[in-house]
Design a protein around this ligand. Structure first.
Ligand code: SAH
Ligand code: SF4
Ligand code: F3S
Length: 470
């Protein structure tokens, strides 16, 4: 019997990846994914606990699902509502107490038990927030060719999970557990399969992806740098990225081979997300980040020495307990010094069970003002970076049709969205594009060597590509 599955992901890319793998695992059970919860038989909310707002959002979403569930019940249809992810892990039973319409609650390490949990849900509530001994990745089904094609030509692979760093503000070590790395050959097999099904770019993901130390085919622990070398050999894979990295694992000897990979691997894209959180040594220490401002700057110097065009993005927290105006100005100075081209910035949100939540908190209005200043700084730098792209020719991997007719959209090596007027047959290919203008947070350009085309000229344009040898 075919049943419909609706999965909604919140939070980080690890959740997006997990949601795909849950759908893959339920496919053999007869579940087909649907884009709306309205007609779903099973609704999975894959949740995030990182900040209070993210966690609270879940409860309003559960409220909406309860209404759907009641309506379906009136029509004699049973809808199951499941809460997965980091809120499930952190709050467990509490969720069912607060929201009795929820049928299943399970944490990120239990996804491979989904078919079994669904069978048990027929007889009552299921709550599973254990950290099982077996590796969930060994038991989660691989995507079908059709599913991979539908997801597009870029894909994520989780290579590392969990965190041992215990930054004083963060819930992740509690929700995801200790750092675990998947073995090299399993990752390589997954990557080869994706490449065989048309994927051209893979982003390796992990809460601290550069803490990767998975078992290699030689029985030894391999670094992320070495893993990237292995994956670069896979035919069809044109681009590799990885995220999120921790500066602490980059300054250690683990980082040496990764920095060298940025020099030696053309497939490794010159864009790095390296969260620093703060530019003040006092705050970095209070956060337990395990590195100083000088360590961070030195690291960037080393990266730029091997890959001068590498662009950097980061995460920042403003209003961490005890952050003075001077600390905050140190962060702004660091932003100017590094020249980050993008960043996520957040107001510090006290999280239950974390040490910083017990410290004396700053007033909300200070956090608001600092966030505004910081976001202005970043916006200006980002705008300058985008403006500097005008007239440059960069390789673009085309991913999908654009919003305008005749337009296709792809990414520059620096992860910027680029639009050109070109036929959809180029999707999945890399072509040089000359950037003409900046449109909001994306770029628009022309295929290098081809005159600028107007929208809807898709058909006439095709022979020109052949002529340009693109
Ligand atoms: N492992 C990554 C970050 C994972 S969480 C790292 O260490 O860099 C993603 C981002 O959420 C963090 O970089 C941080 O900027 C933000 N964040 C985490 N906990 C937060 C909190 N309690 N309040 C506000 N922002 C937080
Ligand atoms: Fe959270 Fe710090 Fe671990 Fe990142 S390194 S996931 S911020 S505890
Ligand atoms: Fe959120 Fe969990 Fe990711 S708390 S950011 S979904 S690891």
């Amino acid at each position: 019997m075919t049943r419909k599955l609706y999965v909604k992901s919140y939070g980080c890319q690890m959740n997006v990846y997990d949601s795909h793998r849950m759908a893959d695992t339920l496919a053999p059970e007869g579940y087909v994914e649907t884009a709306t919860p309205d007609d779903a038989d099973l609704i999975i909310l894959n949740t995030c606990h990182i900040r209070e707002k993210a966690a609270e959002k879940v409860y309003s979403e559960i409220g909406r699902m309860r209404v759907l569930k009641q309506e379906a019940a009136q029509n004699g249809r049973r809808v199951l509502v499941a809460v997965a992810g980091c809120v499930a892990q952190a709050e467990g039973k509490e969720i069912v107490r607060r929201a009795p319409s929820v049928d299943l609650v399970f944490g990120p390490q239990s996804y491979h038990r989904l078919p079994d949990m669904l069978a048990r849900a027929a007889h009552g509530k299921v709550i599973d927030t254990e950290f099982p001994a077996e590796d969930k990745f060994d038991h989660l089904a691989a995507p079908s060719k059709v599913a991979t094609r539908k997801r597009g030509i870029t894909a994520f692979i989780t290579v590392q999970e969990g965190c041992d760093k215990f930054c004083t503000f963060c819930v992740v070590p509690y929700t995801r557990g200790a750092e675990v790395s998947r073995p090299v050959e399993k990752i390589a097999a997954e990557a080869a399969r994706l490449a065989g099904d048309g994927v051209r770019e893979i982003t390796l993901i992990g809460q601290n992806v550069n803490a990767y130390h998975g078992e290699g085919p030689d029985g030894r622990a391999w670094t992320l740098g070495k893993l990237l070398h292995r994956l670069a050999e896979i035919p069809g894979l044109a681009r590799l990225r990885y995220t999120t990295s921790h500066p602490r694992d980059m300054v250690s000897e683990l980082g040496d081979s990764l920095i060298a990979a940025h020099r030696d691997l053309p497939a490794l894209m010159p864009q790095l997300h390296l969260p620093v959180q703060s530019g003040s040594d006092r705050i970095l220490a209070a956060m337990n980040r395990g590195h100083t401002r000088a360590d961070y700057l030195k690291l960037i110097e080393r990266l730029h020495a091997v890959r001068p065009d590498l662009t950097l993005s980061s995460d920042f927290i403003v209003g961490f307990p005890g952050e003075t105006e001077e600390d905050f100005q140190d962060t702004r100075r660091l932003i100017a010094e590094v020249g980050f081209t993008a960043a996520f910035s957040f107001k510090y949100s006290p999280r239950p069970g974390t040490p910083a939540a017990e410290m004396e908190q700053l007033p909300e209005d200070i956090k608001n003002v600092r966030l505004q200043w910081l976001q202005n700084d970043i916006d200006r730098q980002q705008a300058a970076h985008f403006a500097g792209m005008r007239g440059r020719t960069v390789d673009v991997l085309f991913e999908k049709p654009g919003l305008q007719p005749g337009q296709i959209c792809g990414k520059s090596p620096y992860q910027q969205a680029v639009h050109v007027i070109a036929p959809t047959t180029l999707i999945g290919e890399i072509h040089p594009v000359t950037i003409v203008e900046v449109v909001g947070h994306s770029l628009s350009g022309t295929l290098a060597g081809v005159p600028r085309l107007e929208p809807q000229s898709e058909l006439q344009s095709e022979p020109q590509y052949a002529a340009a040898g693109a």
